[in-house]
Design a protein around this ligand. Sequence first.
Ligand code: GLV
Ligand code: MN
Ligand code: MN
Length: 425
Amino acid sequence: MSRLDMLGAITEVPGQLTRRYLSPAHIESMRRTEAWMIEAGMSVRTDPLFSLFGRYEGKTPGRAAIMIGSHLDTVVDAGRYDGGLGVLAAIAVVAELARTAERLDHAVEVAAFGEEEGSRFPTHILTSSALIGAVKPALLDAKDTSGMTVREALAAAGGDAKGYRACVRDKGELAAYLELHIEQGPVLEAKGLALGAVTAINGSVRSMVTVSGFAGHAGTVPMGARRDALTAASEMMLDVERVAAAERDLVATVGRVKVLPGATNVIPGRVEFTIDMRGPVDAVRRRTHTALLADLRRIAKQRGVGIAIDTFQENPAVALDAGIADAVGEAIAACGHEPFRLPSGAGHDAGIMAKHCPSGMIFLRCKDGISHNPAESITVADADLGVRALLAAVHGLDRRLGWRGMGSDPSRQVIDHRRRSRRGV
Ligand code: GLV
Ligand code: MN
Ligand code: MN
């Protein structure tokens, strides 16, 4: 918990926690985390897109790893547990293995990913995507609000985007991925439970809408003669809310708005705003998103403004591995708690990793379900339990992810599904 406080103090903006990908604060948080990894007995390396990895070898060096971890970047004005908890809990797990000189059949790797949030570039879940080979070169030309590309930011941080293909890990290198994360929602707290095994991650789509009106004098242009980009955009934003509220389990958010030229006495000529829409059923989300965009175009036409819509990222809903959820449920039960299961409304690196290797998550209760807010809070007792459950799950996976024979070929590794339990909800 004190390390989470230390990490939470590494920020771009004094007085709040803002640690966007490749900012000096993000790099500093990587260096601090790297030192803790080394202290815990790991060898460390940073990949070309600035994911940081610590490795603790198993009984046979070089074998496939159980990867545990989360991300170090944050949203703007963040809480200190989103991402940081999963990275530091993973280091605590390895530190405990090292303290007892225990070596598993698998290596354990701790991952500290970057730009999970997409709070700097429109490239949410970037560095885990690079690990699985899902990054296209064009994504590295994405720009932050100052116009700097990922490539330029990497170069400024001492990296080189050209090496991005070297981020890709062979499937056989990773036996499983498991992420401990705060729930970021109210379900566990309402049920009086500290932990839950995550079954699935909602799908999401992100769009940028640009509304073009005509800038003019705020004092001279009569109300009926205006093409105000902001009043048109306001009607569109209310439509985003209405459309999402009409569908069960669907949510949509306008989180960023830019009004140009942004002067008190000028009618807004241009507005840019983002839409983030999520839901558990891809077909419903896609249908609703398509209908919403048609609505926005209709509003633009009625108001005589132009509209351009760029849908820049879409992630389908992901079912996490049932065997890993079982192992997590068993680990929670072994810690004396009910092995409750729940889906995730938030996106996570685990949703990307699930395309590469069996992946799962443990959710930990957070106060009032608050997240993406400096008021994010967890208790010491829950954090302690979270680390214990993560360690127990790593032990369980090490047993469950058996090896066929004694060869060291990682591709021969399989999940032993016969050992799945039926426990849990
Ligand atoms: C990450 O926190 C996301 O779900 O946006
Ligand atoms: Mn997160
Ligand atoms: Mn987040």
